[in-house]
Design a protein around this ligand. Sequence first.
Ligand SMILES: C[S@@+](CC[C@H](N)C(=O)[O-])C[C@H]1O[C@@H](n2cnc3c(N)ncnc32)[C@H](O)[C@@H]1O
Length: 295
Amino acid sequence: MKLGELIRATERRLRAARLHYGHGTDNPHDEAAFLVLRGLGLAFDTDLERPADPDAVEPLVRKRIHDRVPAAYLLNEAWLAGVPFYVDRRVIVPRSHIAELLAQGLRPRLRGPVRRILDLCTGSGCLAVLAARAFPLALVDASELSTAALAVARRNVSKHGMEKRVHLVRSDLFDSLKGNRYDVILTNPPYVSSSAMRRLPAEYRHEPGLALAAGRDGLDLVSRIVVEAPKHLSRSGLLVCEVGDGRRTVEKAYPRTELAWPKDEVFIAGRDALASAARTAASPRTRSRPARASR
Ligand SMILES: C[S@@+](CC[C@H](N)C(=O)[O-])C[C@H]1O[C@@H](n2cnc3c(N)ncnc32)[C@H](O)[C@@H]1O
């Protein structure tokens, strides 16, 4: 069988299985190409006329269809902004919208030089690595609560030769970062509300719950970040925070705060705006933190 035929045959099977996409690809054709090409260890631009052995990818295709495992976990590989990362089930599959903003150098929002960056809730370390690439003169702290996730991040930092510029820290949000200030704080924190958690497609259930679940309205982590970020931003520093489909909830929680939305899923705010948000936030938003288990 030719490679192109194998991809098309796989696509038909994925389509018939009515899978959910969103972990690196958003359609059955791209998912089939990813599974087949990378399952065979081939580059994305391989000649589709060359022969391919269907048996070599059959176990992967079956697991994708029958167990609904995201392809990235089956291949231990995910691509974000054209950059490959090692992944396994200790971290979510990289798909943050912040990657696109980093590719644009965070322009036009950025006002000063970027020397220090924090990637809060770093997971696989993907955004920390992309930030270090986007800002070659900056040092990046990448913090994370889960020691298991930090092991994956360490692997990615080393894969991209960033050991000297990306510093990994175990921290419950800002707890281990006292006294540090940053020009940019990036964060793609857990933001899935309890009701959305109950409706998640099977694929997402292979991802760590700690990376997704964020309480009744999805703002458990975001509200802590908004309160604490001003103490960790330089004068012209920016918080870049992903909230998924939580924009309306955020705008309702901080009605008087100047938030820019370069994408519907991501807001950017300066230090002063956040400081006023922290002061005026309704009391439930400043509630004491829920206990969370470490992994
Ligand atoms: C949505 S994932 C994002 C991972 C990565 N930044 C990305 O974009 O793919 C959120 C991450 O936050 C971590 N996390 C959850 N609660 C945390 C906390 N209280 N402090 C620090 N990290 C936390 C999770 O373990 C998970 O790796």
